[in-house]
Design a protein around this ligand. Structure first.
Ligand code: PGA
Length: 254
């Protein structure tokens, strides 16, 4: 069974003080909320350390929102996997659609970042998802498969561990309040699982595949029963500790 995860992506929000406050509110609520579900948050780079400090002994996994493809060198502005590990960060997100859309993260660059992050020992969330245009043209499955192939097709099998996490995030559902229906999410998650099985066999297909895109306490349960949904990547709702913990509780089950 894939591990169930709920991960909050705080995006470019929160200065260090409010970030620490949010992290401690989430950590405080975790004891009674998680069951076997793993919970993570992805603050901005400069709030990673205060988030780590504020989580206390709680098992809150801390992710960066991006990572460089190289550990060090003449790459102005970049932060690599070794630097994140050195700062006590547990994981990183790669290929988020906002980075693909606004910061030039091509499939090829996402593949390099993913490889470096997993090799560097980080839990690595690979985001994939189609645009509204692609969905309207019925190309959603081929878009997602081509993103998966580009990022994972050549990945050395020694790096194919449970540190590798996938997130299906239809671009048209991110920050729009418009969630994929459980049927749409379930169908895509089954497609992704099928592709993983085809590529890496039954054991290799046992990766967590999260859904993201306007997840809220009110729609989380229906998305989970859609099948093959192993948890959530949560944007807007993760900035409210009560809403985020409610989603964690839904994922953890009764
Ligand atoms: P959202 O963002 O929940 O605000 O739609 C999801 C994401 O971008 O990961």
């Amino acid at each position: 069974m894939p591990t169930r995860w709920v991960i909050g992506n705080w995006k470019q929000n929160l200065l260090r003080g409010p970030a620490a406050k949010l992290a401690s509110a989430v950590a405080a609520g975790l004891a009674d909320a998680t069951g076997n579900t793993r919970v993570g948050v992805a603050p901005p780079y400069l709030a990673l350390d205060v988030t780590r400090a504020a989580r206390g002994p709680a098992s809150l996994t801390v992710f960066a929102q991006d990572v460089a493809a190289q550990d060090q060198g003449a790459f102005t502005g970049e932060v690599g996997p070794a630097m994140l590990r050195d700062a006590g960060v547990d994981g990183a997100i790669v290929g988020h659609s906002e980075r693909r859309a606004h910061f030039g993260d091509t499939d090829a660059r996402v593949a390099r970042k993913l490889e470096a992050a997993v090799r560097g020992g980080l839990h690595t969330v690979l985001c994939v998802g189609e645009s509204l245009e692609a969905r309207d043209e019925q190309r959603h499955e081929s878009v997602v498969i081509s993103q998966l192939s580009a990022a994972l097709g050549e990945l050395n099998s020694s790096l194919w561990t449970d540190r590798l996490i996938l997130a299906y995030e239809p671009v048209w559902a991110i920050g729009t309040g418009r969630t994929a229906t459980p049927e749409q999410a379930g169908a895509m998650h089954r497609t992704i699982r099928g592709w993983l099985r085809e590529q890496r066999g039954a054991a290799g297909a046992d990766r967590s595949v999260l859904y993201g895109g306007s997840v809220k306490p009110g729609n989380a349960a229906a998305l989970l029963v859609a099948g093959d949904v192993d948890g959530f990547l949560v944007g807007g709702a993760s900035l409210d500790p009560r809403a985020f913990l409610d989603i964690v509780r839904v994922a953890a089950g009764p």
